[in-house]
Design a protein around this ligand. Structure first.
Ligand SMILES: NC(=O)c1ccc[n+]([C@@H]2O[C@H](COP(=O)([O-])OP(=O)(O)OC[C@H]3O[C@@H](n4cnc5c(N)ncnc54)[C@H](O)[C@@H]3O)[C@@H](O)[C@H]2O)c1
Length: 248
């Protein structure tokens, strides 16, 4: 019999309708998890649900992680439906690139609001619940941009670097409560977020990756799975780079 690594676990995936999110939902369902797929885009959630018909273990919910009340509702509805929250994957994210001289305050703040405050909102609400139940796993999504910086991404790099800081802080604050907090740092992954970049930039990027190709959404989903599983019970405060060694 196949060993299901998440059997009985309740997992919330934010940004679930996107490239990495939907690959994660599929993999986690196959590994026996009960999954709450959360996204602010109803259309992509509907597409996901249609692709995964007859899934008793899947619930799709609209949420805007940048809005506190919306996240509170997500946690409340998850508990009503499945009784607990074992794993939170803070995967929702946006880009809104511009060079420093051109970046507007609105552009800066929009990315901070989703990619940094959104992770804070979701984690604070979920962690309160996890402390009460005595266990949990929180997995944040940072980026190579947050580790090394990236041209045109002042806002994104600031938010993703902040996510690393929060990951390490929460690993220290929540470790004794039996809650592991880790992060995954994807390189360049073939999803709608990257596909909207100009072709020549993508080609140039590919040439700098030692593995010679962009990553696939499933590469990140598998890293999330490892950190969510019992195999990672003694891993805490770690940033797992999944990037083909694009930068070392
Ligand atoms: N694709 C890459 O190369 C790459 C690289 C590094 C990091 N990442 C990170 O991985 C994560 C997933 O990215 P992806 O490539 O799958 O992008 P994507 O654009 O395909 O998916 C992101 C999803 O997040 C959702 N979302 C955005 N704002 C939201 C909000 N406020 N509330 C709820 N949902 C929201 C979007 O609707 C979308 O479905 C993001 O955090 C991103 O920053 C991606």
């Amino acid at each position: 019999m196949v060993n299901m690594r998440l059997k009985g676990n309740v997992v919330i995936v934010t940004g679930a309708g996107g490239g990495i999110g939907s690959a994660t939902v599929k993999l986690f369902l196959a590994e026996g998890a009960k999954v709450v797929a959360a996204d602010w885009n109803e259309v992509v959630l509907e597409q996901l649900a249609n692709n995964l018909q007859h899934q008793a273990n899947l619930i799709c919910m609209t949420v805007d992680v940048s809005k506190r009340e919306s996240v509170q509702q997500l946690i409340r509805q998850t508990c009503e439906a499945f009784g607990k929250v074992d794993v939170l994957i803070n995967n929702a994210g946006i880009t809104n690139d511009a060079m420093l001289k051109n970046m507007t305050t609105e552009q800066f703040e929009s990315v901070i609001q989703v990619n940094l405050t959104g992770v804070f909102n979701s984690t604070q609400e979920a962690a309160t619940h996890m402390v009460g139940q005595g266990h949990g796993k929180i997995i944040n999504t940072t980026s190579v941009s947050g580790v090394y910086g990236n041209v045109g991404q002042t806002n994104y790099a600031a938010a993703k670097a902040g996510v690393i800081g929060m990951t390490k802080t929460w690993a220290k604050e929540l470790g004794r409560k039996n809650i592991n907090v880790n992060a995954v740092a994807p390189g360049f992954i073939e999803t709608p977020m990257v596909k909207k970049m100009p072709d020549h930039i993508i080609t140039r990027m590919e040439s700098t990756i030692p593995l010679g190709r962009l990553g696939q959404p499933e590469d990140i989903a598998k890293a999330y799975l490892f950190l969510a599983s019992d195999d990672a019970n003694y891993i805490n405060g770690h940033v797992l780079h999944v990037d083909g060694a694009i930068l070392m």
